[in-house]
Write a protein that binds this ligand. Structure first.
Ligand code: SF4
Length: 187
């Protein structure tokens, strides 16, 4: 339903248009060639919302996971849940991507990379990640101020506004909304 992204553009688009939560999952997947269940769900459904087709999604996850596990194991243990997310297995529910509220209230454990960085990162890690996104020190302090007051979605909105140099009056309430608003600006 949205502008589709294809596999060849996905790395570039992850840097230009993904909110921090998805950028982090994407980078970890590229780095570790693996994500635990919570991360696979959060990123997988987001990518579906972004318009990644099922075949491309399978190719995407397979390319990373098979750097660690055999392709047989990928097919057996992981491909099912990807098809499941697309409503092709089990109850055939067409699962929708998670909104910020759900992500913020999740409880990532050790080794998990899902969740909302504004809520779940240490201050040092958050500052480093925001720096890599290109935030100036002025923008950084405004964001950290919202984080300290537990206004995580506002912190994300301020990040958006600082990066794209435009206001986002509606505020960020969904990672796919962040993505779409960003694509509108960049196009
Ligand atoms: Fe992701 Fe929402 Fe957190 Fe932004 S506020 S990083 S979009 S969960």
């Amino acid at each position: 339903e949205y502008a589709d992204i294809s596999l060849k553009d996905i790395d570039q688009v992850s840097k230009s248009s993904f909110p921090l939560c998805m950028r982090h999952l994407f980078e970890k997947l590229r780095e570790d060639h693996h994500l635990k269940h919570g991360g696979r769900m959060q990123l997988g459904l987001f990518l579906k919302g972004v318009g990644l087709k099922l075949d491309d999604a399978l190719a995407f996850w397979r390319a990373e996971f098979t750097k660690k596990v055999g392709s047989e194991r990928f097919d057996k243990e992981y491909a099912y849940s990807i098809r499941h997310n697309y409503g092709k297995e089990g109850k055939r529910t067409d699962y929708t991507p998670y909104a910020c509220q759900k992500i913020i209230s999740s409880a990532p454990g050790v080794g998990d990379h899902h969740g909302c960085p504004y809520r779940h990162f240490s201050e040092d890690n958050l500052r480093a990640a925001l720096g890599r996104m290109g935030l100036s020190s002025r923008g950084m302090e405004d964001v950290m101020d919202k984080v300290r007051n537990k206004h995580y979605q506002l912190a994300c909105t301020l990040t958006f506004e600082a990066i794209y140099g435009t206001s986002c009056d509606a505020g960020i309430n969904h990672p796919n909304q962040y993505f779409e608003e960003s694509q509108k600006i960049l196009k």
